[in-house]
Design a protein around this ligand. Structure first.
Ligand SMILES: Nc1ncnc2c1ncn2[C@@H]1O[C@H](COP(=O)(O)OP(=O)(O)OP(=O)(O)O)[C@@H](O)[C@H]1O
Ligand SMILES: [Mg+2]
Length: 298
């Protein structure tokens, strides 16, 4: 979620042990059946909150089974699951601690919290405040997925909502359609092997994706090949909790950084261009026509 990777990228850290171990973690860690998660043994799962949440998702009928843990990051763990409408990606946020919020303000400046008590709890970083912030990230991710999915962008289909109450039921998890298959989950563009023709197509789609976001008035906030999936020659944008609007006073900086991150992260695919050129191309494309909106029936 955070853009720390950019510093590492600029230092050519792609081959560091941390990066290599991140790759290893990406492998499916094996099947965890419903039985494991409903077992009485409290040590059966990765941790209590994860198991409680997963059990709650199963009880509410959102999923029937966890197939595998896909990736465990700093802020969230991604699980491959099965649900009534097919394969599901469960993004389960970790419990929030004050230190996770170092860079939070830059994205949320310009957002107004009208409830003064809520604002105080968040400012004080009380447990209640942290819970509210976590719920806020989840509902923001659902809201953004719904907006972008409806607008016709290539993002995973959200599988809960758009009703806000329904979305709140799955906190601290976000459920969306799995990109790829259970056996072969879509790789991120950062780790995909592309031919030069594929790299050109992926680049154009990624620039277009940033332009489509801009046309709607958004900057992604962490736009790079680490948050772009590659599946059936199509780029799919993921990871939206920090999406920001033009109301944010940092909007231009965030947009510029997105263009810069995109350009830098594409160098390993042989695309050589800089952030400013990319930004101008994004701005030019944003004036053009957007994708066809999707009709979402109630
Ligand atoms: N819909 C999806 N289909 C397939 N894989 C997905 C999907 N959404 C996320 N992933 C995988 O899960 C990982 C984590 O998702 P995401 O980027 O949203 O979370 P994050 O908090 O930024 O985690 P990280 O810091 O590890 O990137 C992604 O890098 C991607 O590999
Ligand atoms: Mg991410």
């Amino acid at each position: 979620m955070n853009a720390h990777w950019l510093d590492a990228e600029l230092e050519g850290a792609d081959t560091t042990p941390e990066r290599r171990s991140k790759f290893r973690k990406k492998k499916l860690l094996g099947r965890r059946k419903l039985d494991d998660l409903t077992a009485a043994d409290p040590d059966a799962g990765p941790d209590g909150i994860a198991d409680d949440t997963i059990r709650r998702l199963i009880d509410a009928g959102h999923i029937t089974e966890i197939v595998a843990e896909l990736k465990s990051g700093k802020e969230a763990t991604a699980y491959v699951a099965r649900g009534p409408r097919g394969s599901v990606l469960v993004k389960l946020y970790r419990e929030m601690e004050a230190r996770s919020f170092k860079n939070d303000a830059v994205y949320h400046e310009g957002n107004v919290i009208l409830d003064e008590r809520a604002a105080r709890a968040i400012r004080n970083r009380s447990q209640k405040g942290l819970d509210m912030l976590q719920a806020n990230w989840v509902s923001a991710e659902y809201a953004h997925l719904w907006t972008l999915w409806r607008a016709g962008l290539n993002v995973p289909e959200p599988l809960v909502g758009p009703n806000v109450k329904a979305c709140a039921e799955t906190v601290p998890a976000v459920l969306m359609r799995l990109i790829g298959t259970e056996d072969k989950v879509a790789p991120r563009l950062s780790e995909a092997r592309l031919t030069p023709i594929e790299a050109q197509s992926a680049w154009q789609q990624s620039v277009q994706g940033l332009a489509d976001l801009l046309r709607l008035g958004y900057a992604h906030g962490d736009y790079s090949t680490y948050n772009l999936l590659w599946w059936e020659n199509t780029v799919i944008i993921i990871d939206f909790p920090q999406l920001t609007t033009r109301q944010n006073p940092n909007f231009q900086d965030l947009l510029r950084r997105d263009a810069q991150s995109l350009a830098t992260s594409f160098r390993k695919h042989g695309v050589q261009t800089d952030g400013e050129v990319t930004l101008r191309e994004v701005q030019r494309l944003a004036r053009g026509k957007g994708p066809e909106p999707r009709i979402v029936l109630p």
